[in-house]
Design a binder for this molecule. Structure first.
Ligand code: SF4
Length: 321
């Protein structure tokens, strides 16, 4: 029977939280601060997490929207989401000392798009309008891209040559998110080509698989992540599609005590840019509202690590003013 005096089962998703690309991006900025000293300028939020951004800002990072806001000679870091060629060139023109924290999986999508363009194909990009990764990938191909956000957009597509088309995807969409859109593309343009499914980000897919499993076992799901984090929003949406209540929260301060009044179990996950200590703080805060028993679901072990750029390992020091 549901009641608030019985103990509340908390199940932690596995995997959850930081992916290898986010880990790497944050480490790049931390190492840049240690090696070159503050201020370090980062174009765009290094990763989409309020806590991470505030923490780095307190350590001497200045976040800017555009390269022209960065003073001459200042250490410049590009965020994990990737950048367009135009942005890269604007930094080169000013000879800014740049460290690129673009996730290698995003770079891989850039290369795919360029390879397809080299084959004379128009590119269809499956992604969210306005997302920095979409802006970066769009700006890597000379002819620009056709952006589609859902299967309905596919019906409206106007292309020059249906025989010469390719698609690429935003990495924070999973295989499941894109499969209907890809099916619609293939149905309308049978000659379209695209990457193997394995090109889609492992972290996005693993976190979604875990939520799909967890949502079957709990009454409520909490997703720790920021409102502008695409993959965190998707985790919340996924739980709702499965039919349970789910909230996307920045941290323990966002918890509402009444959420836990008449439930027996709560699942907790975190988006790929949300640090683990926020998860632990939420667990502790729930423990002040109810007696809890905490367990972690069995899940996929992740051991992906990406190499750091030489400018932060001492292999190739940056030329600074
Ligand atoms: Fe890279 Fe995937 Fe993490 Fe994005 S979610 S930073 S693509 S590993």
């Amino acid at each position: 029977m549901n009641n608030s005096t019985a103990s509340l089962r908390i199940i932690l998703a596995q995997p959850r939280g930081f992916c290898a690309g986010v880990d790497r991006a944050i480490e790049i900025v931390e190492r840049a601060l240690a090696l070159y000293g503050p201020p370090v300028y980062v174009r765009h939020e290094i990763v989409h997490n309020k806590w991470v951004v505030e923490d780095l800002r307190a350590k001497g990072v200045v976040f800017v929207r555009e390269v022209n806001e960065i003073p001459d000679g200042a250490i410049t870091v590009f965020s994990a989401h990737g950048i367009s060629e135009k942005v890269e060139n604007s930094a080169k023109l000013r000879d800014l000392p740049v460290i690129d924290a673009t996730c290698p999986l995003v770079t891989k999508v850039h290369r795919e798009a360029q390879r397809y363009e080299g084959e004379g194909r128009e590119i269809v990009l499956i992604g969210h309008e306005g997302h920095p990764e979409v802006e970066g990938t769009s700006g890597r191909v000379k002819q620009g891209v056709h952006l589609v956000q859902d299967a309905k957009d596919v019906a409206k597509l106007k292309v020059n040559n249906p025989e010469k088309l390719a698609y690429v995807t935003q990495t924070t969409l999973s295989v499941d998110d894109t499969k209907d859109i890809i099916a619609a593309l293939k149905s309308r343009f049978p000659a379209i080509t695209g990457p193997e499914l394995r090109d889609i980000c492992y972290a996005t897919q693993n976190r979604q698989n875990a939520v799909r499993e967890l949502a079957k076992q709990v009454d409520l799901l909490l997703v720790i992540g920021s409102a502008n984090s695409s993959n965190s929003n998707r985790l919340r949406d996924l739980a709702e599609e499965i039919g349970i209540t789910a909230y996307l929260i920045d941290d323990a301060k966002s918890l509402q005590p009444h959420w836990f009044d008449a439930i027996e179990s709560v699942g907790i996950t975190a988006g790929a840019s949300a640090p683990e200590h926020l998860v632990m703080n939420v667990v502790d805060a729930i423990g002040h509202l109810r007696t809890t028993r905490v367990e972690t679901m069995p899940g996929e072990a992740e051991n992906t690590r990406f190499k750091l750029p030489p400018e932060v390992t001492g292999e190739r020091p940056l030329k600074t003013a």
